[in-house]
Write a protein that binds this ligand. Structure first.
Ligand code: NAD
Length: 247
């Protein structure tokens, strides 16, 4: 019960790492606002969690994460529903393996919009609430934010940006008592990974010293720790949860 009494807003909470993070937050006593890309998928995820434990305090929302006005209205609603916000997790993200010469402007904008702009928009909208609770912003980075990857340059580029936002905001928001950290997962068993070509994944798995790919719960546990008061002196850090993988 590391998060008893805390309220968290978690983007990309409908599946994969986000869903398991919502679940672990609930199991640790938090109340959770689960954000998805569509109302139906957010509601479906909430139903699944309530079927597991009907006393879980979780509600679904689906604002466009790169739209300041929509996110502001949603956080107002969340605050009205739950009373306060202690934790924001900017987790929603999309990946790419498109080679440079086939990379379109549209794909560039789509990745930049979700993986970078939404981190800015959601963080900015959450600060007025987080400064009241001395809260926490956590971002989902990636191991590719250190090493890049052989194809799909914009995905690692967006995660380098997430690290930069994390480090800069940790310094800017520290005087308000807000901590800002990121978790950088290695290859993790989610839909995002099953969408990647086998030729790309197999050599990556072979290079993991711990000999396996990560499970969503491995990443969720890192978020629980960083959101908890046990991490009260940690800010500006990128916590790698990747079995020592090197991409
Ligand atoms: P996933 O595809 O299983 O889930 C992605 C989540 O993002 C979903 O909940 C989806 O609803 C949400 N999302 C997608 N597009 C959206 C949009 N336009 N607006 C709002 N929400 C949207 O992916 P995952 O593997 O769980 O990835 C979660 C995060 O972890 C991402 O930021 C990803 O970059 C990062 N990550 C994943 C891995 C991995 O191996 N799976 C490794 C490193 C980092």
């Amino acid at each position: 019960m590391l998060l008893k009494g805390k309220t968290a807003v978690i983007t990309g909470g409908t599946r994969g790492i986000g869903y398991e993070t919502v679940r672990q937050f609930l199991l640790n006593g938090a109340k959770v606002a689960l954000l998805g890309s569509r109302t139906e998928t957010a509601e479906k995820a909430v139903e699944k969690l309530k079927a597991e434990n009907k006393s879980f305090e979780v509600r679904g929302y689906a604002p466009k994460l790169s739209c300041e006005e929509e996110v502001k209205r949603t956080l107002e609603k969340i605050c009205a529903d739950f009373g306060k916000i202690d934790v924001l997790i900017n987790n929603a993200g999309i990946s790419s393996s498109t080679p440079l010469l086939k990379f379109s402007e549209e794909e560039y904008d789509k990745i930049a919009d979700l993986n970078i702009k939404s981190v800015f928009v959601c963080s900015k909208a959450a600060v007025p609430y987080l400064k009241e609770t001395k809260g926490v912003i956590l971002n989902t980075s990636s191991m590719v934010s250190v090493y890049g990857q052989p194809s799909g340059f914009m995905y690692p580029a967006s995660k380098f940006a997430v690290n930069g936002i994390t480090k800069s905001l940790s310094r800017e928001l520290a005087p308000l008592g807000i901590r800002v950290n990121a978790v950088a997962p290695g290859i993790t068993e989610t839909d995002m990974v099953s969408a990647l070509p086998k030729e790309m994944i197999d050599p990556l798995i072979k290079s993991i010293p711990l000999g396996r790919i990560g499970k969503p719960v491995d990443i969720a546990n890192a978020f629980v720790f960083l959101a908890s008061d046990m991490a009260s002196y940690i800010t500006g850090d990128i916590l790698h949860v990747d079995g020592a993988a090197r991409a």
